[in-house]
Write a protein that binds this ligand. Structure first.
Ligand SMILES: Nc1ncnc2c1ncn2[C@@H]1O[C@H](COP(=O)(O)OP(=O)(O)OP(=O)(O)O)[C@@H](O)[C@H]1O
Ligand SMILES: [Mg+2]
Length: 249
């Protein structure tokens, strides 16, 4: 099944400064895709199209077989629900516990009084504990996020997306702030979730070696256009050099 699709997408934040120029791509359910390319190429913008943090000027965005960019209200939220996101800086509530942070993943499902009271049903709390277990943090549920290492924080952020029951995980440089060993462990976790849970992962990265090692497919973006899109083994050293090198003064 096609999980994510862009059809001839143009995007710009300001009228005269186009960022994405006619992007067309399809990502199958359960694929692990890395998006690489120079700073400013449009990688984050591309990712944001899939959770409506960025909107196309023209073209179409499809998520899970639904035209997403033109959806509104409840219908749009339903699709957004299927898409989780993790960030380089984790985006946790530092003064809350691991469990509370994971529970934040299902706030959109909760009636407002439950959100305000912070009281989640026992069933949901159990699911949150199970998500923490899946990412190897079962023992840390009462620890404050502020007290965790970077790798542990990213695990909590991933557990939060799992509780949200996201089918797609958008990961914007998820391991860029982590030491190499911890980064490797997080990528192994993402790969495991992709394989075991059928999660579709789209990861922005500046690390070519990690992209090669963990992805089914690498999309090279340059100046808002797809420069090359192929399986890691099809990319040559020359391709990587040209993606980053050409035009740099
Ligand atoms: N919210 C915004 N408002 C205006 N311009 C933006 C906004 N976000 C990004 N841009 C511009 O869009 C272009 C692409 O930015 P984007 O963040 O998508 O690139 P990127 O490939 O993710 O870069 P990096 O590797 O540095 O993260 C840049 O020129 C950037 O300045
Ligand atoms: Mg970026």
């Amino acid at each position: 099944m096609d999980m994510l699709e862009l059809k001839n997408v143009y995007q710009s934040y300001h009228k005269h400064k186009p960022i994405l120029h006619g992007i067309t791509l399809t990502i199958k359910q359960g694929q692990f895709v890395s998006v690489i390319g120079p700073s400013g190429a449009g990688k984050t913008t591309l990712l944001r199209l899939f959770n409506h943090m960025a909107c196309p000027v023209s073209g179409e965005v499809w998520v899970g077989g639904l035209r997403f960019d033109t959806l509104n209200g409840q219908k749009r939220r339903q699709v957004q629900h299927r898409v989780g996101m993790v960030f380089q800086d984790f985006c946790l509530v530092e003064e809350s516990t691991c469990l509370q942070n994971v529970l934040n993943g299902c706030l959109a499902d909760m009636p407002i009084w439950r959100v305000l009271s912070g009281h989640f049903p026992a069933r949901v709390q159990e699911q949150a504990r199970a998500a923490l277990q899946q990412v190897g943090l079962a023992e840390q549920e009462h620890a404050l996020a502020a007290s965790l290492s970077g790798g542990q924080k990213q695990r909590v952020a991933i557990a939060r997306a799992l509780l949200q029951k996201a089918e797609v995980l958008l990961a914007d440089e998820p391991v860029a702030s982590l030491d190499p060993m911890t980064a490797q462990q997080i990528l192994v976790l993402l790969r495991k979730l992709q394989r075991q849970e059928g999660l579709t992962v789209v990861m922005n990265s500046h690390n070519v070696e990690q992209a090669k090692k963990f992805s089914d497919r690498i999309i090279g973006l340059r100046e808002g256009k797809i420069y090359y899109d192929a399986a890691p083994e099809q990319w040559t050293e020359q391709d990587f050099v040209q993606l980053y090198g050409r035009g740099i003064s």
